[in-house]
Design a protein around this ligand. Structure first.
Ligand SMILES: Cc1cc2nc3c(=O)[nH]c(=O)nc-3n(C[C@H](O)[C@H](O)[C@H](O)COP(=O)(O)OP(=O)(O)OC[C@H]3O[C@@H](n4cnc5c(N)ncnc54)[C@H](O)[C@@H]3O)c2cc1C
Ligand SMILES: *[C@@H]1O[C@H](CO)[C@@H](O)[C@H](O)[C@H]1NC(C)=O
Length: 614
């Protein structure tokens, strides 16, 4: 994601403080919440009410005989206007809905630390993301199946979970039924607005010889090609996992307790059997216990950074690292926090000429002020359409640049933005200096993203045994030389497209990388000093076979070496799919719900002891 300088929603109504939602525990004060939670025993305790957590809360509490507790560190459902208005996403960075993580400075990043946004609040990162709905390819999931030696993870099987989750509202879509679902809870739409420059970009990709792709989620064709990305929106409003899965009716279920503002500090074990969850609710320490029901389980869905952190704080992780922080080892599991992958991004950005079409991004602003053009705001408020419905980067496509003949997969995603970037390192700088985005000259940008990067050696490790201290994160990004080469090729290709007649007629000077950055070496150096996250952090509790030294969960998502404990979120992805990771996370959680519920029917007569033995 990149800087959309014009996203200053000064005219949008003032931020509404999100009040406690109408959920079971929402109305209670801390002391009474504690009493309530500790007086009960739960069949399922969900650690983290983010994207996957919302899906599981809904699916598992659908059976009224099962009691479910969700423990979420952030605030209540952010039905705040900034979460709802798609274009306002930039305002969420470093807000109270963002954990605001950062990587350690690294040589392959030119000694820089990269800013990483992760959502905090019911809905998690689905409330702060860019909403692009692109699943990747069928082969991406076939690779997962190979990792864990279980065909039920193959693309053809995962497709059923994507469809189960989806309510396809895309009108241009012919694949409903085959590639898209139409009666799931999570709406998927086309953006109801198209910037004229974005249209010119698609024209330019044709001029550059690329094919069209009308639906990046149609697996009967190759992913390569350009078009409009589908988005997680319902009639011009962000569709988060919370809005899709935790509507007020679900939140009122008597068997579903949701505690917000509650940071999980530890999962407690009896031997290797997970028993209870400790969390800090403001100044109170609360313990939530599992019921004696044989099928009861703790489900970790704290995200790709939170999940390994919670496991390690609980004694599940690399023994040597745990020892450094005086944490008693429950299971020595070397893969916890390893294998962190992300999509690296760079960009090419040019100024535009005065002839560039007028409805182009900055015209949203009242000239000479930082206020949003009221027409755009009124259009959204009255009709939920217009420029505010665009997350900024909903046009683009995939291409294959690698000479490696063994794969037909694309390796690069390009995203077009009808605005000039302020800084070349996307999120990294802009979040530091938001004011710098104002009053910039017009232009346009192509973001170059490695869709299937080879750099996979990022890590999440504890900085201390204090659960409130952020973990240490090292980013893989361009650590593999092949990725640097592919990024250089992608930057050149992006330049080519911007030079095609449909766009070059509006193009003035290039600012980034800039006219003096031309040789491959210079472009590689530019990539290193400007690479930023495309926000697809995964892999830190990898799915695999028990013989895989990096595996943290098995094909059933059970944490290896433990019982009554699973991880069911983006952290289990063994390899990044060549799409965005939100829809894949939802599909994982839908599958996890099936796994949890089926297991229950096959072992409901067994006792806990038998389960431990099994
Ligand atoms: C800026 C940004 C842009 C993105 N753009 C896209 C996009 O366009 N399309 C797309 O598909 N994907 C996108 N993604 C990625 C996608 O949103 C994530 O992959 C997905 O939401 C991850 O889901 P999750 O359930 O694994 O984690 P999350 O949704 O992050 O949920 C984890 C939850 O656990 C909570 N938590 C963490 N630790 C604790 C603790 N100790 N105690 C209690 N609670 C805790 C967190 O507060 C959070 O609510 C983007 C992400 C970001 C941040
Ligand atoms: C909660 O637990 C932490 C450590 O686990 C402790 O330092 C703190 O004093 C406890 N707070 C209360 C109110 O008991």
């Amino acid at each position: 994601m990149l800087l959309l300088p014009w996203v200053v929603c000064a005219v949008v109504p003032p931020v509404r403080v999100s009040r406690a939602p109408t959920m079971v525990l929402g109305g209670l004060q801390g002391r009474r919440q504690k009493k309530r939670v500790e007086s009960k025993a739960y069949d399922y305790i969900i650690v983290g009410g983010g994207t996957a957590g919302c899906v599981l809360a809904n699916r598992l509490s659908a059976d009224p005989s099962k009691s479910v507790l969700v423990v979420e560190a952030g605030s209540a459902p952010p039905d705040n206007i900034l979460v709802k208005v798609p274009v306002a996403v930039l305002k969420l960075f470093r807000s109270k809905w963002d954990w605001d993580f950062a990587t350690e400075p690294a040589d392959h990043l030119d000694a820089r630390s990269l800013y990483l946004c992760r959502g905090k609040g019911l809905g998690g990162s689905s409330c702060t993301n860019v909403m692009l709905y692109t699943r990747g390819s069928e082969a991406d999931y076939d690779a997962w199946a190979a990792e864990c030696d279980d065909a039920s993870w193959k693309g053809s099987a995962m497709l059923e979970y994507f469809k189960r989750a989806e309510k396809c509202l895309s009108t241009e879509n012919s694949g409903v039924g085959k590639w898209h679902g139409d009666d799931g809870p999570a709406a998927v739409s086309d953006v109801p607005y198209q910037n004229p420059l974005s249209k010119a970009f698609l024209e330019a990709t044709k001029e550059a010889g690329f094919s069209e792709n009308a639906d990046f989620n149609d697996w009967s064709r190759e992913q390569v090609g350009f078009g409009r990305f589908q988005v997680s929106q319902r009639r011009g409003v962000r569709e988060s996992a919370a809005s899709a899965y935790l509507g007020s009716k679900v939140r009122r279920r008597p068997n579903l307790d949701i505690v917000t503002g509650a940071t999980v500090t530890k999962i407690a074990f009896d031997g290797r059997e997970a028993k209870s969850v400790d969390f800090a609710l403001r100044d109170r320490n609360v313990t939530a216990a599992l019921s004696d029901n044989a099928a009861s389980e703790i489900i970790v869905t704290a995200g790709a950074i939170g999940s390994p952190q919670v496991l390690m704080l609980s004694g599940v992780g690399p023994a040597s690292e745990l020892a450094e922080h005086d944490i008693p080892v429950v299971v020595d599991l070397g893969g916890v926090g390893k294998n962190m992958q992300d999509h690296p991004a760079c960009l090419v950005s040019r100024y535009s000429t005065k002839d560039a079409p007028k409805s182009h991004s900055t015209s949203l602003r009242i000239p000479g002020t930082t206020a949003t053009n009221p027409v755009a705001a009124v259009r959204w408020l009255a009709r939920k359409d217009g420029p505010l419905t665009s997350p900024g980067c909903d046009h683009g496509g995939f291409l294959r640049l690698s000479p490696d003949a063994s794969t037909h997969e694309s390796d690069v995603q390009l995203r077009f933005l009808a605005t000039k970037s302020i800084t070349p390192d996307g999120m990294s700088t802009i979040a530091n200096d938001y004011k710098a985005t104002r009053n910039h000259p017009d232009g346009f940008t192509v973001q170059t993203i490695l869709a299937r990067p080879k750099s996979k050696d990022g890590t999440v490790t504890l900085a201390s045994n204090d659960p409130f201290q952020k973990p240490k994160i090292t980013g893989a990004y361009l650590s593999d030389q092949d990725d640097v080469d592919t990024m250089v090729a992608a930057l050149k290709r992006a330049r080519d497209i911007l030079a095609q007649p449909a766009l070059s007629k509006y193009a003035a000077d290039e600012e980034f990388p800039g006219p003096d950055v031309f040789t491959d070496d210079a472009l590689a150096a530019y990539a290193k000093r400007t690479v930023h996250t495309a926000n697809a952090i995964v892999g830190t509790c990898k799915l695999g076979t028990p013989s895989d030294p990096l595996a943290v969960v098995d094909n059933q998502l059970k944490v290896i070496g433990t019982t009554c404990l699973r991880v069911c979120d983006s952290s289990i992805m063994p390899v990044l799919p060549g799409g965005q990771t939100g829809s894949s996370t939802i599909a994982i959680a839908e599958k996890a719900a099936d796994l949890l519920l089926n297991m229950e029917s096959s072992s409901s007569s067994s006792t806990k002891d038998q389960k431990v033995a099994a």
